[in-house]
Write a protein that binds this ligand. Structure first.
Ligand SMILES: [Zn+2]
Length: 110
């Protein structure tokens, strides 16, 4: 039996090109939207409903509901099912925003 030494896969370093400047693309600010809670100036991450402070202040059932309905909307088939899911999500979102507006922001405030 032949004994093979463990094959070593050495990845060659990528050649450094001095003319190559890695451009940093910052996340476009346009996809960040302001928090829908009145008086809150925070920006909301893309794909999120509220700013982090307001979101964390929400009771668990509401957060779970929003998340679930959002997922249902994303996975709904195009057409009437998606429309219904969008409506359900929007009403849950409105409920969440109303709830967040009614309570003080965690670790913030005026
Ligand atoms: Zn907020």
């Amino acid at each position: 039996m032949q004994q093979h030494s463990e094959p070593r896969e050495e990845k060659p370093c990528p050649p450094k090109n001095e003319h190559f400047e890695p451009r940093r693309f910052p996340r476009p600010r346009s996809s960040w939207k302001p928090c829908p809670v009145p008086g809150c100036g925070e920006l909301v991450q893309p794909g999120r409903l509220l700013c982090l402070g307001h979101w964390k202040g929400l009771p668990h059932p509401i957060r779970a509901k929003v998340n679930r309905l959002w997922r249902e909307y994303r996975h709904a088939e195009k057409g009437i099912a998606q429309l219904m899911a969008a409506r359900a999500y929007q009403s849950a979102a409105r409920e969440a925003i109303a709830d967040a507006s009614a309570r003080p922001v965690e670790g913030g405030g005026r």
